[in-house]
Design a binder for this molecule. Structure first.
Ligand code: NDP
Length: 239
């Protein structure tokens, strides 16, 4: 079982894949306040479509009213889409939808939940950074790396996805810089190539192994890794 001292956490895209596994493992780690955010296009409730800033705002209000004076310790931007398109086949819509979900979504999630992250950072009342104080974790990918991508054998076409996730990595850099004074930690993390709907059946690891690794890394973060890009084993990734 993973040791994680964060007592409140919110994970986007938590209805399947890595997001669902993360919620399960946070429960096992006895994280006491877990918000599993997912979109529900057919239902009136529980909607957190990260491509819709109004819905994000509403969800933050709801979650905020349930969080106590200790605020939100851990925010995981996990939801993402991967249209299998190349540089030659990606449409304007593919590029816009991918950017909306993978970059603009995380930006607005961070902005709307920031008051609760700040509250958590203040409530700890001690210097330094850690996920049991306040942290933003952006789930990225090795295919966002501008050093790795040129030599990477793509399992399937990743053009809009890679570009959007490189944008997400820059969001990590900005967030880390702008939230430094609040002592809110922020990193990008690559979960490995994982057997999920997105990763496909050929991927070498399963969701359990990936999330165990990520939670172990997240649980050990300090200000030394702030603004960094790591993988699920804790290895530093090249930007
Ligand atoms: P899945 O495709 O299995 O799950 C994606 C999740 O994102 C689903 O819950 C989906 O919800 C949600 N989602 C998509 N669009 C939206 C939206 N607009 N609003 C809210 N939720 C949304 O992917 P994985 O679990 O494999 O991926 C999780 C994260 O890990 C992603 O950030 C991905 O980029 C990253 N990653 C995954 C790798 C892999 O090999 N699997 C490799 C590298 C990175 P819904 O069911 O409603 O569609």
């Amino acid at each position: 079982m993973v040791e994680l001292k964060a007592c409140s956490a919110l994970v986007t895209g938590a209805n399947r894949g890595l997001g669902l596994e993360m919620v399960k493992q946070l429960l096992e780690a006895r994280c006491s306040n877990i918000f599993a955010a997912y979109r529900d296009p057919d239902g009136p409730n529980s909607e957190v479509n990260v491509a819709d800033p109004c819905i994000i705002k509403e969800s933050a209000k709801k979650v905020g009213s349930l969080l106590g004076k200790n605020g939100l310790n851990l925010l995981v931007n996990n939801a993402a889409v991967l249209p299998q398109k190349t540089m030659m086949t990606a449409t304007v819509e593919d590029m816009q939808n991918t950017f909306n979900t993978n970059v603009i979504g995380p930006l607005f999630v961070i902005r709307e939940y920031l008051p609760y992250l700040r509250r958590a950072a203040k409530a700890k009342g001690r210097p330094g950074m850690s996920c049991d104080k306040a942290a933003v974790i952006n789930i990225s990918t090795d295919s966002a790396s501008m050093s790795i991508m040129p030599v990477m054998k793509e399992p399937f076409p990743l053009f809009p996805y890679s570009i959007s996730k490189t944008g997400l990595n820059m969001l990590t850099i900005y967030t880390a810089r702008d939230l430094q004074a609040d002592e809110i930690l922020c990193i990008s993390i690559h979960p490995g190539w994982v057997r999920t709907d997105m990763g496909g059946d050929e991927a070498p690891i399963d969701a359990r192994e990936s999330v165990e690794g990520m939670l172990c890394v997240i649980g050990s973060l300090t200000e030394k890794q702030h603004g960094g890009f790591l993988d699920y084993t804790g290895k530093t990734m090249p930007w």
